[in-house]
Ligand binder design. Structure first.
Ligand code: SF4
Ligand code: SF4
Length: 446
């Protein structure tokens, strides 16, 4: 079924769950099980839920095509048991497909973490540092499957569904061309309800914080799932402004080694040898960069999925083990350090059920409980006058433009493609218009 791979590659589909791995490369394998992630565990996002509710037939049709391509015996769509309308929509859409089924999850965070999801559905633990393929699984999220459905019908990946939620007048799901500015999205949501705010690209637990002038540059990319707005004094905003020195100094001065961060870490609860409290102790050394090549505790930061449970939920001292792990990973890349092979502790998953963090409680502790609730049912489709399409919103080499400033492009036309032989993704015009600028983005004006 190379037809499926080439259709998905031509359409420029990348994983919509956050990382943006090119989907044709992910599907270039065989697997026992296709796992479709519709858990959407981030507290304020409702995009995947919307798609499962409104596009269940399309998602199931694509899931069956991908399942057959992978040679998998079944495809499982995993979602939370509290998603009643979505379960109803899926139940009807699944009827023609005996090889597709649902798996219902408890509402805990991070149910949608890829490795947690594999364990919940199959009981198999992805080995530390490995991918789900190591236990026979391919995982894609619901929005990716919807993009695959379009690709199989000859349409490029040019439209995104996103959630705009939090401190806005009209929380809603938006259908937007890739490259739509945050300002256009905010206007569609009726504007902000607070004077000073931050914007989180992604969810409030794992997303990236943008504030002030940064928001002027913010636009919908192929991997954007939502733009929660939060008041400027939100906990995430306070953490985001701390630099590396301040973050490490706070860890040195205030970590009481209570190990709550380790006790609740979802990767630790899968048996992975990740103990953030030990990493916090090691980072206190003034020469941690020098000892990093020989220190397997520091290197175990590579196993962190950056879910934020340790810093937004567990730590009583308001420290940032997640940020420190991200810092160590960055330094490992700079020093070209490959993580050593890690072993699984098979005894740990026995008590993991009691330590699952209810999503509602995670939202409350992260300071966004006031915005937590039913996902927005309101829907709007945007038709912006201008889009700026980032050419590097995927894993791999940035795409190279094949159009010129001043030229006219039509919606769906190929405008950039990966360098020859490199892992990457194609990009297409998300609106018809004139190219007005090209740098690491292509700007099109109607
Ligand atoms: S962010 Fe914290 S809780 Fe989450 S995986 Fe990393 S260390 Fe564990
Ligand atoms: S929870 Fe906070 S104080 Fe306790 S060990 Fe972890 S980082 Fe240190």
């Amino acid at each position: 079924m190379t037809d499926l791979l080439s259709a998905v590659e031509r359409a420029g589909v990348v994983g919509c769950g956050g990382a943006g791995f090119p989907t044709h490369a992910k599907y270039n394998t065989v697997a026992e099980l296709l796992l479709i992630n519709a858990a959407e565990c981030e507290p304020l996002l409702g995009t995947d839920r919307y798609l499962v509710r409104e596009k269940a037939a399309e998602i199931c049709e694509a899931a069956e095509s991908v399942r057959a391509h992978l040679g998998a015996s079944e495809a499982v769509i995993a979602l939370k048991k509290t998603y009643r309308a979505e379960i109803e929509a899926l139940s009807a859409a699944l009827l023609p497909y005996p090889t597709l089924r649902m798996h219902l999850l408890r509402s805990f965070y991070p149910a949608g973490d890829e490795q947690t999801l594999v364990f919940e559905v199959t009981g198999r633990t992805v080995p530390p540092g490995a991918l789900p393929g190591a236990v026979g699984c391919v995982v894609s999220n619901a929005a990716t499957l919807y993009a695959v459905w379009h690709a199989l019908h000859g349409r490029a990946f040019t439209q995104k569904y996103i959630t705009i939620n939090g401190a806005v007048s009209k929380p809603c799901i938006l259908k937007t061309p890739v490259g739509t500015s945050f300002a256009d999205c905010l206007a569609a949501a009726g504007g902000s309800t607070v004077r000073d705010y931050i914007v989180v690209s992604g969810g409030p637990m794992m997303g990236k914080v943008f504030g002030g002038e940064e928001t002027a540059e913010l636009a919908v990319s192929k991997t954007t799932s939502g733009f929660p707005l939060l008041p400027k004094d939100a906990r995430m905003a306070q953490y985001a402004v701390l630099n590396e020195r301040q973050t490490i100094n706070r860890a040195r001065a205030a970590c009481i080694q209570c190990s709550f961060c380790t006790g609740l870490c979802p990767r630790r609860l899968l048996g992975h040898p990740l103990e953030p409290h030990r990493i916090m102790r090691r980072i206190s050394s003034s020469d941690w960069r020098g000892t990093l090549p020989h220190d397997s505790v520091l290197q175990s930061a590579a196993l962190c999925c950056e879910c934020g449970i340790c810093e937004l939920y567990a730590c009583p001292m308001q420290l940032q083990p997640r940020k420190i792990n991200a810092l160590i990973k960055q330094e490992m890349r700079a020093q070209n350090i490959k993580p050593p092979p890690f072993n699984i502790d098979q005894s740990l998953p026995e008590f993991r059920d009691e330590r699952k963090v209810p999503t509602k409680r995670a939202a409350a502790r992260a300071g966004v409980g006031g915005y937590y609730g039913e996902v927005p049912m309101c829907f709007a489709e945007l038709h912006p006058q201008e889009v700026s399409i980032a050419l590097n919103s995927h894993i791999g080499a940035p795409a190279e433009p094949i159009v010129s400033v001043g030229g006219r492009v039509e919606h769906g036309q190929l405008i950039a493609r990966p360098p020859s032989g490199a892992l990457g993704a194609c990009y297409h015009a998300s609106i018809s218009g004139i190219i007005t600028n090209i740098n690491n983005k292509i700007t099109i004006h109607v």
